[in-house]
Design a binder for this molecule. Structure first.
Ligand code: SAH
Length: 361
């Protein structure tokens, strides 16, 4: 694989044009061409010899939209192929206030949550900052957006991967996508979702990037949480809550908990009561999620009635909560489903997962 030009920030682009013997203003031209989502071959503001020099060193299209599935509600699901042939997924959800893109931060995931398709084969590899950015650039361009008038207005880091398990690349991506010379998306329009890697939550609070912090809680006791989320053995709910408080103190951002309702697991009235007791008085919000059933996983979501009952129990106790609208269930909206299906069709479902990688830690 060649290098990824989209990895570079302004200082690195400036160093690059100097190294290529080009005038300094070329760095700005490069930044604008990158933000447009163009392939290097289509950087027509640059001379052909310069484009050729770039193409010799950098991937022309590090992230390519290989497939698009559209749902009736306007949701679009993308399968992206990376330069080395690996696959990741993304989704664009259309809301009244704008369009939210869900991006992936890793190929696969090593967290192995019991309900999630992304971790079925462990972690394959981290995405670079530029590979995360290029997902947004590709979708923005496809949807007719420009850097001045973005079609992608909001981002959620909720695709495959655990963002805080790929910390440096994710933080660099956040700097690139919020940069003035880039897409200039406000950190307030970006939500980073984590399964609760506590030390990295503290680190993120210090970055000066006030993105919305979302934590996948999905349980009310550490024992129950460990049944569906192996990461619970490393970090206790009490410590996650402390890290959330710290994040709030540092950034002033209210935090959000994701809670997927799983039949017979976490969705009884007693769970709602315990969840309300845990969160009472905290500057947070609860997003209840209807589980997208994954065929390789045996868990079932609760019915709609039970979900509204759970919501009511929280609201009655003064907890700010919503039941997330289901978008795109018929196109396999849940993390990792499309990739898993295509890898299986191509007979390479186990081909790319490296067990050594998923075992480290
Ligand atoms: N690793 C991060 C971000 C990716 S998952 C995290 O754990 O938060 C984004 C959200 O989708 C998480 O809340 C995750 O728990 C949830 N999720 C995963 N599989 C799901 C499924 N089958 N149905 C509903 N939500 C799911």
């Amino acid at each position: 694989m060649k290098a990824v030009l989209q990895d570079k920030d302004m200082a690195e682009l400036t160093a690059l044009v100097r190294e290529l013997g080009e005038p300094a203003y070329r760095a700005g031209q490069l930044a604008r061409a990158i933000a447009r989502g163009a392939r290097i071959a289509a950087f027509t503001e640059l001379s052909l010899p310069l484009r050729e020099k770039l193409l010799a060193r950098f991937e022309d299209e590090p992230v390519r939209i290989r497939e698009v599935l559209a749902a009736a509600d306007g949701t679009e699901k993308y399968l992206f192929s990376l330069a080395d042939g690996d696959l990741v997924e993304g989704v664009l959800m259309r809301y009244k206030y704008g369009n939210t893109q869900c991006v992936s931060t890793q190929v696969g995931c090593r967290m192995n949550c019991a309900f999630c398709a992304s971790g079925l084969n462990g972690l394959v590899r981290d995405l670079s900052a530029g590979e995360i950015l290029a997902q947004v650039l590709a979708v923005n361009a496809r949807a007719g957006g420009t850097p001045q008038k973005r079609a992608v207005t909001n981002l959620v880091l909720m695709g495959s991967g655990e963002p805080l398990d790929n910390y440096a690349n994710v933080v660099k991506f956040l700097r690139l996508v919020t940069a003035e010379q880039g897409l200039n998306i406000s950190p307030r329009n970006i939500s980073l979702s984590t399964c609760g890697i506590v030390p990295k939550m503290y680190a993120l609070a210090e970055e000066g990037l006030p993105v919305n912090l979302t934590v996948s809680l999905h349980a009310v006791t550490d024992e129950e949480r460990a049944r569906t989320m192996p990461v619970a053995k490393a970090y206790a709910i009490a410590d996650i809550l402390k890290a959330c408080e710290y994040y709030f103190e540092k950034t002033g951002r209210r935090y959000i908990f994701e809670y997927a309702l799983i039949e017979g697991e976490n969705a009884d009235r007693a769970h709602a009561e315990r969840l309300a007791a845990l969160l009472k008085g905290r500057p947070c919000h609860v997003n209840l999620i209807r589980l997208n059933e994954v065929k390789e996983r045996s868990l079932c979501g609760t019915g709609e009635k039970a979900a509204y009952r759970f919501l009511g129990e929280l609201e009655k106790r003064g907890i700010s909560a919503t039941l997330r609208r289901r978008t795109g269930a018929e196109i396999g909206g849940a993390c990792g489903q499309l990739r898993a299906a295509r890898l299986a069709e191509e007979g390479r479902e186990n081909a790319s997962a490296d067990p050594k990688k998923s075992e480290k830690d």
